[in-house]
Design a protein around this ligand. Structure first.
Ligand code: TPW
Ligand code: MG
Length: 540
């Protein structure tokens, strides 16, 4: 067995089902060995940011590790933003990078792709990873591979493996799993007892759920816990899509002043707010963090549990949930689940498009044909997505990097086989939309909705007087054909409904709906968001 085979087996054992890669000369031997090993399929994309987002989405959508392989320097440094996004949003994304061999490094010459020193890349990646290793010795490689990959899963974060170009074919042992994590059961028990006691004392307990419960695969258990405790549940923005399969199990997505007022009221006035695996951030809490009294909140996040003035460390969220479930008996009958809100009607066919009409038409499509998983970018499309029926949902809701939607949709379909709906603005599409040209080779046929307002409209909302928000008119529908897809130019509600039906029926190539939106036409959530920010800035 060679080092590459050992690495691929270790990746596969931890849930990876494919590798997304863009080679370069320092990585050619690695790529050659990956192809020859035939252990995980290799999919190539066009630009590393898209590559990173595709691998990130693969990890988010199917669970287990996502893998992106790149070359040293120019390739690797293009991965910094996706790795940072994965770090911020807790995704076990593995980055493999080629590197100069030891003998090249000691030649005294500057090598191409080198920045300041040969380890500049290593140091840059240190900042955006939970663990990392350089596989330059076959004696230590097996243990390093196991440690780093297990850290990615245990801490749910990105990791980095550097593979000098003389290493991929060297003989190497299969790596053994790293030692089991030791859990202090007494501590977990004490924490579960205190947490349950606090919830039972609260008059208005509430559970807000976040991405960690998906990352650690405990969605069903947490849903069961909420049922047994008869806790009302909402997701954070980052956690949107959680519990999508338990009908009526959440009241929606909490967004503070930008969200639905009755839900915001319930969350903000809870005297026992349990934040289950949720990032406490401005975007998750919209513009309202100051409206929640965190002294009454119980925060479970990153292996820590904070309640009142008590802090428990090293409490894995899955162990905590198990301990709580063991302490709360099944209720004799199921709690009544929240009744789903009535869906808004699709407006009349001759109406011009607006984001609510887009949400209504997509909901209608999903009611008829069943839910599709959604990959979403940043921009008003993200706020529009809040009006979609509950469905699996991937978006950089906290770190908010543009360019995620299209490559994420590809990663989602490659890793799960499910056909996605991609929501993306014109500005974000200009960043990574070209990756759609790879859809056919990847066996993907996403339905892509481009919210085309010829503008960085979300930014305009915050600073209306600048002219640089204008992006000009791009004919995305016309471009689709040249990239192997089908394009539809859509200006009215009737055209939208028709294009959605055609796109849904046409399999085997991507479908791009170029949705023409007039400037200033916003989703209801973005309107509330902008109004709230303005109110707050006037106050301060
Ligand atoms: C990688 C900053 C946040 S929202 C936005 C920008 C430039 C405008 C989005 O325009 P788009 O959508 O896609 O046309 P819409 O609905 O607002 O018109 N660079 C990166 N990420 C972020 N978040 C920005 C810049 C930004
Ligand atoms: Mg736009």
């Amino acid at each position: 067995m060679n080092l590459t085979q050992a690495l691929l087996h270790a990746l596969k054992a931890r849930g990876a089902t494919e590798i997304f890669g863009i080679p370069g000369d320092f990585a050619l031997p690695l790529f050659g060995a990956i192809e020859d090993a035939n252990i995980l399929p290799l999919y190539t994309l066009s630009h590393e940011p898209g590559l990173g987002f595709a691998a990130d989405a693969a990890a988010r959508a199917r669970g287990g590790l996502g893998v992106a392989a790149v070359t040293y320097g120019a390739g690797a440094l293009n991965m910094i933003n996706p790795m940072a996004a994965a770090y911020a949003e807790r995704v076990p994304l593995v980055m493999l990078s080629g590197a100069p061999a030891a003998h090249e490094a000691s030649s005294g010459l500057l090598l191409h792709h080198q920045v300041k020193s040969l380890d500049s890349q290593w140091r840059l990646l240190e900042e955006v990873t939970v663990d990392r290793a350089r596989l330059d010795d076959v004696r230590t490689a097996p243990a390093l591979i196991a440690r780093v990959l297990d850290q990615a899963l245990r801490r749910s974060g990105p990791v980095y493996l550097e593979i000098p170009r003389d290493m991929p074919l060297q003989a190497c042992d299969l790596s053994e799993p790293s030692p089991e994590q030791i859990i202090d059961r007494e501590r977990v028990a004490a924490c579960a007892d205190e947490l349950l006691e606090r919830l039972s004392q609260a008059r208005r307990p509430f559970m807000l759920i976040g991405v960690e419960i998906r990352r650690y695969g405990i969605e069903d258990k947490v849903a069961e816990l909420a049922r047994r405790l008869t806790l009302p549940v909402a997701t954070t923005l980052m956690g949107r899509g959680l519990f999508a399969h338990c009908h009526g199990a959440t009241l929606g997505t909490y967004l503070g002043l930008a969200g639905e007022p009755s839900l915001s009221e319930q969350v903000e006035n809870s005297d026992g707010l349990l934040l289950m695996g949720a990032v406490v951030s401005d975007s998750n809490f919209a513009v309202s963090a100051q409206r929640i009294d965190f002294r009454h909140a119980i925060r479970v996040w990153q292996g820590r549990v904070e309640m009142g003035h008590h802090l428990y460390t090293d409490v894995p969220i899955d162990a905590l949930v198990d301990a709580m479930l063991a302490r709360v008996a099944k209720p004799p009958q199921l709690r009544e689940t929240a009744s789903p809100r009535p869906l808004p009607d699709v407006p009349a066919p001759e109406q011009p498009l607006d984001p609510s009409a887009i949400a209504a038409a997509v909901n209608q499509l999903m009611m008829v044909h069943g839910p599709m998983p959604v990959a979403c970018d940043v921009g008003d499309c993200l706020f529009t997505a809040l009006d979609l029926l509950p469905t699996d949902f991937l978006a950089p809701g906290y770190y908010a990097t543009m360019g995620y939607g299209v490559p994420a949709g590809l990663g989602l379909q490659v890793s799960t086989g499910r056909r996605p709906l991609i929501l993306v603005g014109d500005g974000a599409f200009q960043m990574t939309g070209w990756e759609l040209g790879n859809a056919r080779a990847l066996g993907c046929d996403p339905v892509v909705l481009v919210f085309n307002n010829a503008s960085w409209e979300m930014l305009r909302m915050f600073q209306p007087n600048s002219r640089f928000h204008d992006r000009g008119e791009w004919d995305f529908a016309a471009m689709a054909g040249g990239m192997g897809g089908v394009g539809y130019r859509v200006e009215t509600v009737g055209e939208l409904v028709r294009a959605l039906a055609l796109a849904h029926a046409d399999r085997g190539r991507f479908q791009l709906l170029d949705l023409r939106l007039a400037p200033g036409v916003l989703s209801p959530t973005l309107q509330r968001f902008v109004a709230a920010v303005k109110r707050l800035s006037m106050r301060s």
